[in-house]
Design a protein around this ligand. Sequence first.
Ligand code: HEM
Length: 452
Amino acid sequence: MVLKKRLPDGSQAPQWVQKIQYARNSIAYMESAARRYGDIFNAPVIGNHPVVLFISNPQAIQQIFTNDNKQFIDPPNQLLKPIAGDYSIFTLADSRHRRERRLLMPPFHGERMQAYGQAICELVDKAMSSLSIGTQFSARNLAQNISLDVILQVVFGIYQKERFDRLKSLLVQLSDSLKSPLISASIFFPSWQKDWGPWGYLRHLQRQIDELIYAEIHDRRHQDRAGSDILSLLMSARDETGQLMSDVELHDELITLVLAGHETTASAIAAALYLIHRHPQVIEKLLAELNDLGKSPEPRAIVQLPYLTAVCYETLRFFPVAILTFPREVKEPVELMGYQLTPGMRLYGCIYLTHQRPDLYPEPKSFQPERFLERQFSTYEFFPFGGGARRCIGEALAQFEMKLVLAKMLSGYRFTLADEFPEYPQRRGVTFAPARGVQMILKEKLSYPKSA
Ligand code: HEM
């Protein structure tokens, strides 16, 4: 009889030491653990759980995501509670979470994205018009400017200029504050979350943002303006008992969508611009593909381009924005990869480590968009947006926006990187972004039609 191993291996260092190692350099911590312990290891670095398993084996990921036998649950993401609120989809579980997904998902459906194509292209033109030839700029900041505008228009539908500008400026400050190592670390050490110091500043920003969001919800409730934005759709959405969403629920979901949606997409766009400009042959191929579409391509045609799609996938594989899925928890005794897991154990799908597996991605440290043209990867081998019951609801918007912004920028302008220094992923709250912000120089504005 083969005895089932009870617990995967992991570092023997005290939990607090491992937590500091993980908070300081999560990627180095994970790579070193994967080299020593393989596809599954214990990494008790998040929360106070003694067993936290990091998994990068596609079959195990499949077992967790499909969860046919309901052996795993999707617990609330406690780390995000202080930022997103008690009624955010991030922090809800079970039937409340399923209800929230049913309410939130329809406005993010792939087909609906087409309605936002024109707006996204115009926002790229608006952001680019602020740059002149020879200017050095941070592609991360530029992309964040665009992605925040997209969220404020597409999700919030805020048209009142004063409120739009004020909210945007506060959100930029809030998201920039997440770059602070102290604030990032406080997310993992809740006892550091005080009403003074860096966390106090974050709270101060949150209070001002809350005021503006509640004012927008209040005004909408008393107006007769039914827009095509996501807030309008959410305000009229009813759950299966006929209930509308309350103000607090709407507020927490709006904050969630802003935070989940603009940081991540901006980092992915900036990483793509960096990688494309480090690889001249990639730009050439992209430009050839874009040229073939003619002068004023439809957004729908742009987002279907195979090489552009492969470049976006390879960027999401190569330069992580999310390194882990949200947590899952063992609900009843279950066998996973030959280990006998018991209720209460925490599991994370390791997006970064799976995307670095040489058996799936030969020469994983090399940027090769072609790999996505040569092979179809399963959703357990390539999952930048997670999977299963908590799969990212903004996936279609993120990909749509990423492709349109890149296509508009590359076909209308010429850039170079401002220097030779390499970029690397740096923690920004719970996500990752290019550490140096991708410094670029605008070389040329081409004459081409204003909007796609
Ligand atoms: C490149 C951009 C993005 C990346 C890489 C990304 C990645 C992820 C990942 C890995 C998860 C966790 C999935 C899991 O645990 O299985 C997630 C969840 C989520 N994402 Fe995204 N995301 C992106 C953009 C967006 C956008 C644009 C929005 C909305 C505007 C969004 C909204 C959400 C929400 C609401 C959840 C929570 C779903 C739930 O708990 O049920 N994300 N995302």
